[in-house]
Design a protein around this ligand. Sequence first.
Ligand SMILES: Cc1ncc(COP(=O)(O)O)c(C=O)c1O
Length: 365
Amino acid sequence: MAPIVQTTANPIDAATRATLLENPGFGLLFGEHMVRIDYVAGEGWGPTTIVPYGPISIPPTAAVFHYAQAAFEGLKAYRLADGGVGVFRPFANARRMNSSARRLAMPELPEERFVEAIDALVTLDQGWVPNGDGQTLYLRPVMFATEEVLQVRPSSRFSFFLISSPSGSYFTGGVKPVAVWVSEEYSRAAPGGTGAAKASGNYAASLAAQLEAQEAGCDQVVWLDAIERTTIEEMGGMNLFFVFGEGADVRLVTPELTGTLLPGITRESLLQLAADLGYPVDVRRITIDEWRAGNSDGTISEVFACGTAAVITPVGHVKSRSDDFSIRGGAFGPVAARLREALLAIQTGAAPDLHGWLRIVVSAS
Ligand SMILES: Cc1ncc(COP(=O)(O)O)c(C=O)c1O
């Protein structure tokens, strides 16, 4: 069934929209419409509706506010070189949303309905897909428990929303190496926990460490494993890659997916792109001791983080209660730059899409 669409009664005129899109920031400006799909146990998912973006009414007893039964996703629509609009790997996000849903005892939304929601919203709000350098329409699907219940048990009612946000660079100041804080006190995820899910509660639990990072002058947290606190897992919102060697001897290392870190779609795409570009990659355990030693003896030549929001961002500086060192003097490394360029070229339709990653939602006019 086609989505039921109720468009805004007060559309923003093209001139105002153009001014807003000149400098959108990240996650500050929102598209004019949103998708809503409601679920009731025993009945399943209701129709896909598109309504004007705006506040929603939820009772304070809704389970999500008490027990955080919620998960979300993040993906992007790109203005293509030919003027059309493409969305990067939406089925991969649909699959991950459902894997998060299973872990959180929430219902799965059929993948085709997830992607249909994206197609419909991006098509309707295509005027909000900016075309400036590094600008995209960030898409945020979210699912949460709405049943009015104070017992701790899975909710019988859920809502799925999809909102959009025209965005520029994730980190203020554009793409430049970030400083990271290795958290020795807090853990993000433990074995058997929700680390591999994009559970909203994971992010709530990360904020105290994020504050600690900011107080230390850093942009993001690097999480260590919860048991030995020696193995590097990931960053607050990105996966990590380590570059060993230089020139023809370059070899990449990325932490293996142990069940406690998020299986990033950018990480998975880069594993493929690295193979395409001829970089050998080891997916294995890497410790903070190996990072420190490799940095001081020069075996590690670059470290970069990857994720939907910021694509690829070099790590320029590492701090913790016991460490304080810089990588490449805080400069952008050649491997990070090459992979970033290659990935962005596919995402914006400037390079051939050999792996079928780009879903063309709006064709060139
Ligand atoms: C904790 C965490 N790790 C890694 C990532 C990167 O995942 P992706 O490449 O799918 O955006 C994200 C962002 O979604 C994240 O929140």
